[in-house]
Design a protein around this ligand. Structure first.
Ligand SMILES: NC(=O)c1ccc[n+]([C@@H]2O[C@H](COP(=O)([O-])OP(=O)(O)OC[C@H]3O[C@@H](n4cnc5c(N)ncnc54)[C@H](O)[C@@H]3O)[C@@H](O)[C@H]2O)c1
Length: 443
């Protein structure tokens, strides 16, 4: 059976189902489509179905023309009907893996989608998980649910693999097709099928022994970032007290051609991955009686950073003989990182909360997020709108806090219009010499 499947991948007589059409699933579906495969997108979100019908892109960096082509093509279907899983030869899961209120893995999306696909499975299919998760998820959750409902066993009809998504939305240099794909198969046949499939659409595949190793690879990558960001955040606080600019230190340090890699401090961690994924390992490690001290320490340092932003904002207002109570503060940038429209886990929310707790009147400006859509943790902000970028509006604020350094923000205008700017991202480095005294406050 395996050889026949490999042949069908080669001749593109093969259908790929993608479950979860978000930041990860949509570009992945497009990458396989471009290589001539039939693709079926599964999602429970009616708005995404509508977007496929009308050819309207719902992700800022996903090109409108590509979305229109997908909506017109006979090789593409988007559906809420999981019975169509039967028509897919590969089923790739790209659903969310957030944390619960108690900061434990929320596996409900993976469990629910496994149950949704399981009754429709048939011999010859490969099920691949791409969501970031703890080592053991494919073996302990997905495989048993699928095997039980289908009556088929891994390696004897069904195939399973894990291949972590390494997408970096908005990165102009690397996209889905050009980031090497790590793959761990449950058995040699599963690995061979998954490798053949991904190498049709992605520049390079890197195989590892099994799914749990592949699951661990992704966690290492994200824990590495979280820990290093925490390190520079801590050093920022220390150097600040010493009158040393951390950014100047990093710029000079990164000229070392080996053994150093720059990470940049900021107002705290954001996004769907770095603040969350490390804690998947923390949770799983407990099963083995182990603590993940680095992960927890990094989490503590990073989540305390908005407090430093608050302190610096108070200092900046004091300098102008103003107090926080009743001051109007504008947060510039709501997205968790520059040049994207994704506000999940953005530190701007924490900064806005802290400023409001001190009785400031807080608004935000983000060129990519006109209105705050419902979020699980920041429901109070739902419907709040970005202010307009106009002199009369921006100059009405007592201070602006740059939380996200979008390239599209006109920082020269910001400095013309606003007397006090707290810069958490070194966004104003190029303007330092032309700024008024005590106008820019690094935080
Ligand atoms: N966004 C990134 O940059 C990125 C990068 C690497 C890894 N990841 C990981 O990839 C996974 C997906 O992330 P994302 O950013 O694409 O999430 P997302 O929220 O953008 O998309 C998830 C999609 O899954 C859909 N969905 C939820 N439940 C479903 C169900 N039961 N059946 C079908 N569809 C369902 C949602 O409607 C949504 O469209 C996560 O594990 C994330 O950690 C994300």
């Amino acid at each position: 059976m395996k050889d026949a499947l490999l042949k069908r991948i080669e001749t593109r007589d093969y259908t790929i189902g993608i479950v979860g059409l978000g930041y990860v699933g949509l570009p992945l579906l497009a990458a396989f489509y471009k290589q001539g495969f039939r693709v079926i997108g599964f999602d429970i979100d009616e708005q995404k179905m509508e977007a496929f019908r009308t050819g309207t892109s719902y992700i800022k960096h996903f090109p409108a023309e590509e979305m229109q082509e997908l909506s017109r093509s006979e090789r593409v279907r988007a559906t809420k009907d999981f019975a169509l899983v039967r028509e897919a030869d590969a089923v790739i899961l790209c659903v969310p893996t957030p944390l619960t209120k108690h900061r434990e893995p929320d596996m409900s999306y993976i469990v629910n989608t496994s149950h949704a696909i399981a009754p429709h499975l048939r011999a010859g299919q490969i099920i691949i998980l791409e969501s970031t998760t703890y080592p053991g998820t494919t073996d302990e959750i997905i495989r048993p649910i699928c095997e039980k409902a289908s009556g088929l066993k891994s390696g004897e009809g069904l195939y399973f693999a894990f291949s972590p998504e390494r997408e970096d939305p908005g990165n102009p240099n690397y996209g889905t097709a050009t980031i090497p794909k790590v793959i761990g198969g449950d058995g040699a046949d599963a690995l061979e099928i998954a490798e053949k499939l991904y190498s049709a659409a992605i520049v390079r595949t890197v195989s590892v022994s099994n799914p749990k190793t592949a699951e661990a690879v992704k966690l290492l990558e994200n824990i590495f970032r979280s820990v290093n960001i925490a390190l520079v955040n801590e050093l920022k606080l220390v150097f600040h007290e010493m009158g040393i600019d951390i950014h100047e230190v990093i710029e000079a340090a990164k000229t070392k051609p080996f053994g150093f890699m720059p990470f940049y401090p900021g107002p705290g961690l954001g996004g769907h991955c770095i603040p969350i994924d490390p804690f998947y390992l923390t949770w799983k490690a407990r099963e083995f009686g182990l603590n993940t001290r680095f992960i927890e320490l990094a989490g503590e340092v990073n989540t305390a950073m908005p407090q430093f932003v608050l302190r610096r904002t108070i200092e900046a207002l004091n300098d102008k003989k103003k107090c926080m109570n009743g001051s109007k503060i504008l947060c510039v940038g709501l997205a968790y990182k520059p040049d994207v429209d994704d506000m999940r886990e953005s530190p701007t929310f924490a900064v806005m909360d802290l400023l409001q707790n001190e009785k400031a009147i807080v608004d935000f400006y983000d060129p990519y997020i006109p209105t705050i859509t419902p979020t699980r943790e920041h429901a109070a902000y739902t419907g709040k709108r970005s202010v307009e970028w106009r002199e009369d509006v921006i100059s009405s604020y007592d201070a602006a806090v740059i939380v996200t350094n979008h390239k599209a923000v006109n920082y020269a205008e910001l400095l013309q219009w606003c007397d006090t700017v707290i810069d958490t991202r070194n966004a104003l480095a190029a303007f330092a010499s032309s700024a008024k005294p005590a106008q820019i406050w690094k935080a």
